[in-house]
Design a protein around this ligand. Structure first.
Ligand SMILES: [Zn+2]
Length: 265
């Protein structure tokens, strides 16, 4: 199996924080949740903010091509063979790039993520297996199945009874809508990136599955757009979430007026 994630294919991106964020503690305990990828609150805790704090350390996710299923990754401890050959920020070396402490995903159980740390760049790199969601719990296959269920159901309420039967309706709907919104945004972006493959297709799981003649598409698509993952929304990409459509009142006011004068200092 491939055991390395070549730096040339890595896609650094600020993970929930601004560039130049704080340095991670060298003794971070496993399971730290300070904005780390995939460290979502547990089941049933998605009811409201805060979810991710946007003030975490600078974390960068890198796609780790394991060729494994999530079950095999856990049973074979795939994180132990994860390698970053050199620092993505400083391929020339000399920056104090070294292995960092691992962190545990909430789910799947027993799933750990290998990390590296660049001392000069104060940046931690997480080697995310290709099948795991970025910034959401679970696997891409699971989130894909949930979104497909929403698309196939007559209503979101009906879908929630199938996908999230044990969760009260408002929470289940939020859970489903969040995933649908993120996955559809990612698919729309991927269609633009792969015009030869997907031009004119509908940015839905159902539509892309049909176009590709595949039963599952998200893991494959992540591999097709490796160079762009930093800009794509999670859970497919490693970039920021798309902006909410709700405009702020101040934005509306600004739109109504003339352009502000250029600042002169
Ligand atoms: Zn470095």
């Amino acid at each position: 199996m491939p055991v390395s994630a070549p730096a040339a294919r890595s896609t650094p991106v600020a993970e929930g924080g601004e560039r130049g964020g704080r340095k991670l503690s060298q003794q971070q305990p496993p399971g730290d949740g300070a904005g780390a990828p995939g460290m979502e609150p547990g089941p049933g805790k998605e009811a409201g903010p805060p979810r991710f704090e946007p003030c975490g350390p600078w974390l960068v996710q890198v796609r780790f091509a394991t060729g494994l299923t999530s079950e095999d990754y856990v049973s074979q401890k795939g994180w132990l063979s994860a390698r970053l050959e050199c620092c993505p920020l400083h391929p020339e070396g000399g920056c104090g790039f070294a292995r960092h402490t691992m962190y545990a995903r909430v789910y799947p159980a027993g799933c750990w993520i290998a990390r590296y740390y660049c001392r000069r760049g104060h940046t931690t790199f997480s080697l995310l297996p290709e099948f795991l969601c970025s910034r959401l719990t679970g696997t891409l296959a699971e989130v894909e199945a949930a979104v497909a269920a929403v698309e196939a159901a007559p209503t979101q309420e009906a879908a929630s009874e199938v996908v999230r039967p044990a969760v009260e309706l408002p929470g289940a709907l939020r859970w489903l809508r969040r995933r649908s919104r993120l996955v559809h945004a990612g698919l729309a972006a991927v269609i633009g990136l792969l015009p030869g493959l997907l031009a004119g297709q509908t940015p839905t799981v159902t539509g892309i599955r049909s176009a590709l003649g595949a039963e599952e598409v998200l893991v494959r698509l992540r591999g097709e757009v490796v160079e762009h993952l930093a800009a794509l929304p999670p859970p497919l990409g490693f970039g920021p979430r798309p902006a909410r459509r709700r405009p702020k009142a101040t934005a509306l006011q600004q739109e109504a007026g003339p352009d502000p004068p250029l600042a002169t200092r």
